[in-house]
Design a protein around this ligand. Structure first.
Ligand SMILES: NC(=O)c1ccc[n+]([C@@H]2O[C@H](COP(=O)([O-])OP(=O)(O)OC[C@H]3O[C@@H](n4cnc5c(N)ncnc54)[C@H](O)[C@@H]3O)[C@@H](O)[C@H]2O)c1
Length: 258
């Protein structure tokens, strides 16, 4: 198991990375000295594939687990959906000692993270990213939020999780297009990381797309380490963190035009 340390002004937390590590989620959370209930927020695709294993890992450690499922897709990242989740949390009697586990891609991570950051002024948060993009990027660094009708990611907060667990074996069920999207985010890191990283990525991209873990794990690790370093320097995006937007300005233009 690879264990990295996220160190920001607001919080320090462990980031675990290992293929096949999902069954250890509950014991890793227990090892942080945590109790209380775990409320898993996931989407309709991930719920049907990986949720049972995640639930079971918490239950084995004696945690009571509740599950809230949102419809898969970017539309879930809305204030309406967040409001529904607040109501669900209230109905479940969730309190500040309870924890939200965001179990899914970047959409679930951003939405559930935002809900955790605002419900009762902030409750515990575990990020368990299940897409490549979320494992290398969105689950790390504490940016959480939702879209408004006019613009993407306009409402949100900086809210660091208490723990992150990335299990790259979950990527085996990811549609290939999603895997390629995540790889594009990795190309960004490779461009930022310098020639050696870029060359290493180029020579391993085939093995990567076949999800050979000998290629996948070291690359994901490098990306996480890069992001942790940037976020440690500039948690709230006043300067250095802007490098992580490399390519986004052009891409947003293309997206808008399309
Ligand atoms: N907070 C940040 O720092 C940050 C950074 C980058 C992107 N983002 C946000 O991330 C979002 C995009 O995230 P995404 O690309 O992960 O999309 P996503 O969360 O919509 O997931 C993509 C699709 O894959 C499915 N899926 C997820 N895990 C799966 C698995 N293991 N097996 C099978 N299917 C699976 C989902 O149900 C969904 O249909 C955007 O809203 C973007 O704004 C946030």
């Amino acid at each position: 198991m690879i264990q990295l340390l996220a160190s920001t002004r607001s919080k320090e937390y462990p980031v675990f990375l290992s293929s096949g590590s999902l069954p250890e989620l509950g014991s890793l959370w227990r090892a942080q000295g945590k109790s209380g209930r775990v409320i898993m927020i996931t989407d309709s695709n991930v719920a049907g594939i990986h949720l049972p294993a995640a639930r079971e890992s918490f239950e084995r450690e004696g945690f009571t687990v509740e599950t809230l499922v949102v419809e898969a897709g970017e539309d879930a990242k809305s204030l309406d959906r967040a409001a529904e989740l607040y109501d669900e949390l209230y109905r479940l009697g969730a309190r500040r000692r309870d924890t939200v586990c965001a179990f899914g891609g970047g959409v679930v991570g951003d939405l559930a993270g935002f809900v955790a950051s605002t419900y009762m002024r902030g409750i515990g948060l575990i990020q368990v990213p299940t897409t490549l993009l979320a494992q290398v990027d969105s689950s790390i660094g504490g940016k959480v939020g939702v879209n408004i009708a006019a613009a993407k990611n306009y409402v949100g907060s900086f809210y660091q999780p208490d723990m992150v667990l990335a299990d790259p074996s979950l990527l085996r069920t990811l549609p290939r297009g999603q895997l390629q999207e995540g790889l594009a985010e990795i190309v960004k890191y490779a461009l930022l990381g310098g020639e050696e990283f870029f060359a290493a990525l180029e020579s391993s991209s085939e093995g990567f797309l076949e999800l050979d873990m000998a290629f996948v794990e070291p690359v994901i690790r490098r990306c996480i380490e890069y992001k942790l370093k940037v976020v440690a320097e500039d948690e709230r995006d006043y300067g250095r963190r802007a490098v992580l937007n490399l390519g986004h300005t052009v891409a947003h233009g293309i997206e808008a035009a399309g």
